[in-house]
Design a protein. Structure first.
Length: 80
């Protein structure tokens, strides 16, 4: 299993991060806001834990979506 992580940056708007968490990880607005604040305060936050192929797909979806919207949001995965 692999953790999908979001990394903090000084440019991506908080609302965009919340919308990414809702869109790609099916989180409620409240849970997405909690994770966004963790990323903001601690520099990193866990979006979810998935099998390798699902995690890799989610990482690519988030990266692509952020790039389309011209945000530098980084999403990575690491073994759990």
């Amino acid at each position: 299993m692999f953790k999908v992580l979001l990394l903090n940056d000084d440019y991506t708007p908080m609302d965009f991060v919340v919308s990414v968490l809702q869109k790609f990880f099916s989180l409620s607005r409240e849970k997405a806001t909690q994770i966004m604040l963790k990323v903001h305060r601690e520099g990193i936050g866990v979006c979810g834990v998935y099998p390798r192929d699902v995690a890799a797909t989610k990482v690519e979806q988030v990266r692509s979506y952020a790039k389309q919207h011209q945000h530098p949001l980084q999403c990575v995965m690491e073994e759990n």
